[in-house]
Design a protein around this ligand. Structure first.
Ligand SMILES: Cc1cc2nc3c(=O)[nH]c(=O)nc-3n(C[C@H](O)[C@H](O)[C@H](O)COP(=O)(O)OP(=O)(O)OC[C@H]3O[C@@H](n4cnc5c(N)ncnc54)[C@H](O)[C@@H]3O)c2cc1C
Length: 388
């Protein structure tokens, strides 16, 4: 067992760090405060080979592994947190599920633009009445000749105001076995993207409306019974979310560390005060613990998809560590930490959202508890627990 990165992984991380410091450090604050996707930066990252890192070279990817993608997203986030969203979109998000299950023809049609940073794919999973209980989704898909007719609505989809393509979870029939997914192009008749609303983290989302939207049958991704496969792909998205939580928390930690080394009060640097030293000690320890869990999950999924249990544990650890570190960093920075002149408040807002997105911390604990006891616990009411 070796807790250090391999020479090859270290060299890859070093090269991404050098690139990020040279090309992404300038403008990091401005990018963070723009609600828009940084398209120019996306083109640059694509040219640098930072999109499709773990996808096969034959499909336009870089032929690397999930671990390389984790290292890349971390190194980018440590320099420019917002640019890490591009690494997420090009490696971990719905694009990863797409690459896993799409037909060669679908990949040929959509992948080149996605991997060149010219277009975005967004995930339509959550509905107004189906959040944590995602299997209660009600967006229906009915076969009608050469089309599926979609009716329903989705909320909170990341990048929805700017995406060209949507990976949409739909219901072909009743129960878990009735769930699958289709690819919806933005210009599809009967499909409408609502006006953008803002999350606390500055990201925008639009409600998606399907009113007899006509999806050609060749845009089917996974038919009935596809839900488990979709969630297996979604575990990679969770690891991207985990990686950013950790790295964005570490970003705030690093800013606060520099501040504590230089800012003087009562004639001493802040780092001389034990009350602040302990904040750094606690935060550093939590970050390092979560880092090991993240690498373990990434290595488990190095040549495929990571396991649900390791992913849940890694995401929970990274969400909590990132939040703790960013929150303590804000306190150490005082008023400057709370001001939009520094990136710390942005880091705090970002990591907070990931405690809800991609499996809330409560749902992750439910999953982990199932691993503890080796059995599943239905979250639905049984007749005896109904309130009458
Ligand atoms: C930043 C951000 C980005 C997102 N991006 C996307 C996206 O790209 N695509 C998409 O489809 N969705 C996206 N979402 C939506 C996200 O998946 C949901 O918000 C999430 O699944 C929770 O659903 P909900 O908001 O309806 O909360 P609810 O399901 O209503 O939950 C409310 C609270 O109750 C808790 N809770 C619910 N059930 C249980 C239980 N059984 N045990 C214990 N606690 C429970 C939850 O943890 C939560 O704290 C995003 C959300 C955020 C915040």
């Amino acid at each position: 067992m070796d807790f250090n990165l391999s020479e090859e992984h270290q060299a890859f991380a070093d090269s991404v760090r050098r690139f990020a410091r040279e090309r992404l450090a300038d403008g990091a604050l401005q990018r963070a405060h723009s609600p828009h996707y940084p398209w120019e930066t996306a083109h640059m990252l694509a040219q640098q080979g930072l999109l499709g890192i773990s996808f096969p070279e034959s499909e336009g990817g870089q032929g690397g592994t999930l671990m390389h993608a984790v290292l890349a997203i971390q190194e980018v986030a440590l320099v420019c947190p917002k640019s890490a969203d591009i690494v997420q979109a090009g490696n971990f998000g719905p694009i990863r599920t797409f690459v896993e299950y799409a037909t060669p023809e679908q990949k040929q049609r959509f992948l080149p633009d996605l991997l060149q940073g010219k277009k975005l794919i967004s995930l339509g999973m959550t509905e107004p009445d189906a959040g944590s209980a995602v299997t209660e989704l009600n967006t229906t898909a009915r076969l009608d000749g050469e089309h599926y007719i979609l009716n329903g609505s989705k909320i909170f989809s990341t990048h929805s105001p700017e995406a060209a393509l949507f990976l949409v979870y739909v219901r072909f029939g009743p129960g878990l076995e009735g769930i699958g997914s289709v690819l919806v192009e933005r210009e599809t008749p009967g499909f409408n993207v609502g006006k953008p609303a803002s999350f606390m983290n500055g990201e925008q989302w639009s409600q998606l409306y399907f009113e007899d939207a006509r999806i050609p049958v060749h845009n089917l991704l996974l038919g009935p019974g596809g839900f488990k496969k979709q969630i297996a792909g979604f575990n990679v998205e969770r690891l991207g979310n985990a990686s950013r939580s950790l790295a964005v928390g570490r970003h705030a930690f690093n800013i606060a560390r520099e501040h504590a080394l230089t800012r003087k009060q009562f004639g001493r640097e802040l780092c001389e005060f034990q009350g602040l030293q302990w904040k750094f000690a606690d935060a550093w320890m939590k970050l390092e613990q979560a880092q090991l869990m993240l690498y373990r999950a990434a290595l488990e999924g190095e040549h495929g998809l990571p396991s649900a249990q390791s992913t849940a544990m890694a995401k929970l650890a990274c969400n909590e560590a990132g939040w703790f570190a960013a929150n303590e960093a804000m306190q150490v920075m005082g008023g400057m930490g709370f001001s939009q002149e520094a990136l710390v408040e942005y880091c705090l807002r970002r990591v907070r959202g990931w405690m809800i997105a991609g499996g809330s911390i409560e749902m992750l604990k439910n999953r982990i508890a199932e691993g503890v006891f080796g059995k599943t616990f239905s979250q639905r009411p049984t007749p005896s627990t109904h309130v009458r």
